[in-house]
Ligand binder design. Structure first.
Ligand code: G1P
Ligand code: ZN
Length: 542
């Protein structure tokens, strides 16, 4: 039986590219989650027989939200909900299920790498039938509906047992509790040379994968232990915890320090990798060696033919604007197109749906391909293992050989987190007023060629996205990019992306922070960041 519950508007903010992220206590307010879910359902057409994919990263409030959404799906006319057992689905696995079972769409419950727990974050996002994040026109419709919502529909049956595999029928809705891992693991098995990776792992090659207490734990166990025969000690933090073990599951040098210490310590393994809260991000490490995500994308592109899924080559590649130009150099050599898109995964989806792009990635530890419509952490790890197995080289040797061939795009991102929005906007405005006078200005060895605020016209649907980040381009191909984060939950986060192209092999061994020292000074001088925000140094350097 359907209940209609009177309610009032609630949303103060448009859902971003990764859906709606708020503190758990915000979601716990009466009708808050329900209003958002109803706004989603009111923004799409639900034909008869429609199926919804549903799952999340296992964080606190995941199970509660799943029961609410199942009941609302029943009342809103869905015929079936596919839910991951225990409420678990990694973001890439959810994307795959939507595509494989051709469901109308999916709801993914995650705040990605943000900490989890009663006083931390929760999130919810809608993905469409192509498996990718909802496009702007749908998120705008959701926001518009949320401003005028007056009621929501829900069913009043008892909670479904989502811990047990099987089917339950309630009020005309079939709830299928499915294994969250097997379809995804089958997809991975079909894409990579598992026999070669198995032999590599048997040959004495050692690895460590860190799930950071988040969603990829069960996926990693199935892939690495069951299907690839790795020893149990190859995995760490692979039990999903509602608080992510009290950590911040963002796979970078700051937050994945436990893994970083192992890879930079005594008797370090040959390979290390980590993924984030919902399994879409990845970090790749070698013995005493860090692979920047920009280099990782370029190297996967350059070696894609070694991976069976891409043995026929790539249609094209894409990177977000702040991602380094390393992949552009590979695309040039391969004679394939390379697209530069604004930050955020949704821009890649159109290109992949139109078969213009096979691989894509972002500097923010996100890499992926057209096998799903989200970035995919474990997929990236398997790419590296497959390439290592095929080339029989260490991570460091693979990267250095790549640099020797293409030159090195020395790269780093400096984040200034939780600064007041007024001050952060002031920094951006201060840079913009200099647009007319910056070109041809000389800073030590760097001369500015051009500067602009990046704008993108989608080649498929013609939509235009403006104000996507400030680019300062130097005449030797080096760049500084300034951008305000769209995902932070506290104040503003200002990101400075630094990139210097270095063709000279004798300088390739340099530490990025050392090699970029002069560039960092130029960025601080142009932005007046210290003077304007009082910040002496970045919160996070990657
Ligand atoms: C950050 C990353 C961006 C990524 C997004 C979602 O967004 O920089 O590349 O797509 O998270 O994972 P930002 O906070 O910079 O807006
Ligand atoms: Zn994520």
């Amino acid at each position: 039986m359907t209940k209609i519950i009177a309610t009032t508007p609630f949303l103060d903010q448009k859902p971003g590219t990764s859906g709606l992220r708020k503190k758990v206590r915000v979601f716990q307010q009466p009708h808050y989650l329900e209003n958002f879910v109803q706004s989603i359902f009111d923004s799409i057409t639900i034909p008869s027989g429609a199926t919804l994919t549903l799952g999340g990263d296992g964080r606190f409030y995941n199970r509660v939200a799943i029961q609410t959404i199942i009941k609302m799906a029943a009342a809103n006319g869905f015929s079936c909900v596919l839910v991951g057992q225990g409420g678990i689905l990694s973001t890439p696995a959810a994307s795959h299920l939507i595509r494989k079972y051709q469901t109308l769409g999916g709801i993914i419950l995650s705040a990605s790498h943000n900490p989890a727990g009663p006083s931390d974050d929760f999130g919810i996002k809608y993905n469409t039938a192509n498996g990718g994040p909802a496009p702007e026109k749908i998120t705008e419709a959701i926001f518009a509906k949320s401003k005028v919502i007056s009621e929501y529909k829900t069913a009043n049956f008892v909670d479904i047992d989502i811990g047990t595999l099987g089917e339950t029928k309630r009020d005309g809705l079939t709830v299928k509790v499915i294994d969250p891992v097997v379809d995804y693991a089958d997809l991975m098995t079909s894409m990579f040379d598992f026999d070669a990776i198995k032999s590599l792992l048997k040959s004495g090659f050692s690895m460590k994968f860190d799930a950071m207490h988040a969603v990829t734990g069960p996926y990693a166990k199935e892939l690495f232990l069951s299907r690839l025969g790795a020893a149990e000690n190859c995995l760490m933090n692979c039990e999903v915890s509602e608080t992510f073990g009290g950590g911040h599951p963002d796979p970078n040098l700051t937050y994945a320090h436990e893994l970083v210490e192992i890879l930079y310590g005594k008797n370090a393994p040959d390979f290390g990798a980590a993924s984030d809260g919902d399994g879409d991000r990845n970090m790749i490490l070698g013995k005493n060696f860090f692979v920047t995500p920009s280099d990782s994308l370029a190297i996967i592109a350059a070696n894609a033919k070694l991976i069976s899924a891409y043995s026929n080559g790539l249609a094209g590649v894409a990177r977000s604007m702040p991602t380094s130009g390393a992949v552009d150099r590979v695309a040039k050599k391969l004679h394939i197109p390379c697209f530069e898109t604004p930050t955020g995964w949704k821009f890649f989806g159109n290109l992949m749906d139109a078969d213009k792009v096979t691989l894509c990635g972002e500097e923010s530890f996100g890499t992926g391909s057209n096998h799903v419509r989200e970035k995919d952490g474990l997929w990236a790890v398997l790419c590296w293992l497959n390439i290592i197995a095929a080339k029989n080289m260490s991570v460091e040797a693979i990267v250095k050989t790549h640099w020797a061939e293409y030159g090195r795009n020395i790269y780093s991102r400096h984040d200034y987190e939780a600064i007041s929005a007024v001050l952060a906007n002031g920094v951006i405005a201060h840079i913009k007023v200099q647009f007319a006078t910056l070109p041809n200005k000389i800073f030590g060895k760097y001369t500015i060629k051009t500067c602009d605020d990046f704008s993108y016209t989608d080649p498929i649907d013609g939509s235009v996205s403006t104000a996507q980040g400030i680019r300062i381009l130097f005449d030797d191909g080096s760049r500084i990019v300034f951008r305000l984060s769209g995902t932070g939950t506290e104040g503003a986060t200002l990101r400075i992306y630094l990139e210097a192209f270095e063709p000279d092999v004798s300088k390739h061994h340099l530490d990025a922070q050392v090699a970029l020292r002069e560039m960092i000074q130029v960025a601080l001088e142009i932005s007046q960041l210290k003077q304007r925000t009082g910040r002496e140094k970045p919160t996070v350097i990657t």
